[in-house]
Design a protein. Structure first.
Lengths: 186, 186
């Protein structure tokens, strides 16, 4: 870490992360994580999901608390709007992943952040999910993320920060590349 | 709708949805939606996202309330665990999308649901995001969804319900197929 970095505090423990990278390089099995969510149907399109346990570092782990999320469809779809829509949860995941990455890379590069704001918008043609036109996909036709960043760095350094966060982002990869999903009924 | 369906109540207004499908077939421009999220960095890997407005039916729309979501990394990554991880938000989106679809398709097919539970697990090798091995992807290496469904229907009819929900699910499509994401710094 360079001298500048020691003066910078974005709240990210880079030494711990570099230590973890070293440890996982030596014990790659520990790097195999499993992330989980459980979703219970409530009524109509309303469900409640919980997130608590995960697996990693070779053992069962858990969050400090169980996190709960109501999802629903809005009133324009004749639903009760008890929570964000499922597709909006994906946008939250994408924005928060890129933002956490920016803070981490900034810390590693000795760049002090003052504020980071991501504005995300994704187009979706409902002719897909409503089965009107089978040539229209169900999902997003594209996602646009715009960052407003105030930091002690040049425009170029900030752009490089965002680019590196993209290259290391789990959710950016999940959204831009296909992932196999198996669905089973017990 | 058949006679059986009129006795079934999963809390989904299928008439309204079929009406919307008819209306959007006649006015496909109204089917073009835009979903949004805004994410503000808090500290370290902790961010807070909000979901409120969206565009659809040719006009600006909004949820009844603004929904807020804290995202963070867990303590095993030297973070403060103030919320679910970004990748877990994607799992919540996937599980809730398939679950809402099951309720909707069940209503349309006259199947009374009593309970629906989705258990989702996704593998992820951290050698990707930590930059240890460039052959390892950043995102999930696969996702497994298991449904436990109690409903007035045969095993085959329940399996068909889940299959149809998959075929019409926006998030299932987003996760299993690539979507273009543009990232811009303002």
């Amino acid at each position: 870490m360079d001298v500048m970095a020691t003066k910078v505090d974005n709240g990210v423990n880079v030494e711990a992360l570099l230590g973890a990278r070293q440890a996982l390089t030596e014990a790659p099995e520990a790097a195999r994580f499993k992330w989980r969510a459980t979703c219970n149907w409530v009524n109509g399109t309303h469900s409640r999901s919980t997130v608590h346990s995960f697996f990693g570092l070779g053992a069962e782990q858990s969050h400090k608390t169980e996190f709960g999320y109501d999802a629903d469809h809005p009133e324009v779809f004749a639903s009760e709007d008890k929570g964000a829509t499922p597709v909006e949860f994906v946008l939250v995941g994408l924005a928060s992943c890129l933002t956490a990455g920016i803070a981490t890379v900034a810390q590693n590069r000795g760049i002090q952040l003052r504020s980071v704001k991501a504005t995300v918008e994704a187009g979706m043609d409902l002719q897909g999910i409503l089965g009107i036109d089978s040539d229209v996909r169900n999902g997003f036709d594209g996602i646009k993320v715009v960052f407003d960043i105030d930091a002690d760095a040049s425009k170029d350094d900030i752009a490089a920060l965002v680019a590196q966060s993209q290259r290391r982002s789990a959710v950016f990869d999940i959204v831009t590349n296909p992932t196999n999903v198996s669905v089973e009924v017990r």
